[in-house]
Design a protein around this ligand. Structure first.
Ligand code: PMP
Length: 363
């Protein structure tokens, strides 16, 4: 295989519950998983009903162009349907973007401590990664703008960012977009957008009208509770979506996922319940971390990055101590944060189990 493919370090997903149960001799029912920023309420009932109705059609291929889902998204975001690209999760969108806009030898800019798939998508096309040092664990957009060189064709920005939870206000992103050359596509990855408080929300999808090089990426995996179905989407002008459509797999979003996503998109109470739970869970975590004297990065997502020790073995050590107690969180050593752990916000009872386990692990 190509040297640039062999150089890739595989994505490290959260440990599955069944694997932890086997490895540590635990009962699956007693395991709490707060490792993958999933929705603690699971699949919305509305999506479950939509999928049940769609099962009868599974003998047929999915709608290759996702007509109904794109129509629903176009309505929601007030853009023409051909401005939407569907993905097998938003990871697919990120990869399609790299394939559509970057060739071997060109460059991609992203931030230190930003989402792991940016590196994978960059390496996967044999491009050069320009990794810009983070500022206070978040994106340094001034430095990122300055880092764009003649070879750069793509910039990835995560807002809020995973794994650090940092947030960039609208004005800063606009200032950045105004500086970026027209031949550089900016992927604004808003996987955690729906967890933002109303005062932090902005009409990013509408910005695609003003910025022909902007691609806004969203997912149904987080706030909408459909991580296992793999469905995400992008909003951008047709010049960009046309190229992405040439490179994506023809049936990249399956029929059940399309049906479930339409239902979830219209399920406002489910989103509201999730946002409320998230805010309460965040307060629960912060109170515990303050009590324990642990440093954490203020988070705008459904997870918190917390520093569990001063030595580079701390993250792995506390992670193991948590696993032994049946609590799965995410070590972030692969992000260059070996003293930290990332904890997804769960239901109040799950959060409490994690906090009690953390206290034991630190004692
Ligand atoms: N972007 C960010 C910032 C993420 O944290 C994630 C999930 N880990 C994704 C994209 C991809 O999620 P999905 O493929 O499930 O949409």
């Amino acid at each position: 295989g190509p040297e640039y493919v062999r150089a890739i370090a595989p994505y490290q997903a959260g440990k599955p519950i069944a694997e932890v149960a086997r490895e540590f001799g635990l009962d699956e029912a007693n395991i709490v998983k707060l490792a993958s920023n999933e929705n603690p309420f699971g699949v919305p009932a509305s999506s479950q009903q939509a999928m049940a109705a769609a099962v009868a059609d599974l003998g047929r291929y999915p709608d290759a162009n996702g007509f109904d889902l794109k129509a629903a998204l176009a309505k929601r975001y007030e853009v023409p349907a051909d401005w939407i690209t569907l993905g097998n999760g938003s990871n697919d969108i990120l990869e399609i973007a790299a394939h559509a806009f970057v060739q071997k030898g060109q460059a991609v800019v992203y931030s230190q401590y930003s989402f792991a798939v940016y590196a994978l998508a960059t390496q996967g096309v044999g491009a050069r990664a320009i990794v810009v040092p983070a500022r206070e664990y978040g994106h340094d957009l001034d430095a990122m703008a300055a880092a764009i060189d003649a070879d750069t064709r793509l910039v990835f920005i995560a807002n809020p960012n995973n794994p650090t939870g940092t947030f960039i206000p609208a004005a800063q992103i606009e200032a950045f977009l105004n500086k970026v050359p027209a031949n550089v596509v900016v992927v604004l990855d808003e996987a955690y957008n729906e967890f933002l408080a109303p005062e932090h929300q902005f009409e990013s999808a509408q910005w695609a009208r003003k910025y022909p090089n902007l691609l806004v990426s969203r997912t149904f995996s987080k706030a909408y509770g459909l991580a296992g179905l793999r469905v995400g989407f992008a909003v951008a002008q047709p010049a960009l979506t046309d190229l992405m459509n040439r490179i994506r797999q023809p049936f990249n979003v399956n029929s059940l996922a399309q049906a479930a996503a339409i239902a979830a998109l219209n399920d406002k109470p489910f989103l509201e319940q999730g946002a409320k739970n998230n805010a309460a869970g965040y307060a629960q975590f912060v109170e515990a971390f303050d009590e324990l004297g642990l440093q954490y990065v203020p988070s705008f997502g459904n997870f918190v990055l917390v520093k569990v020790g001063d030595d580079d073995g701390a993250g792995a050590r506390i992670n193991l101590a948590l696993l032994k107690q049946g609590v799965i969180v995410r070590p972030v050593g692969n992000y260059g944060l070996p003293q930290w752990l990332r904890i997804s916000i769960g239901l109040p009872a799950e959060n409490a189990i994690f906090i009690a386990a953390l206290k034991k692990a630190l004692a």
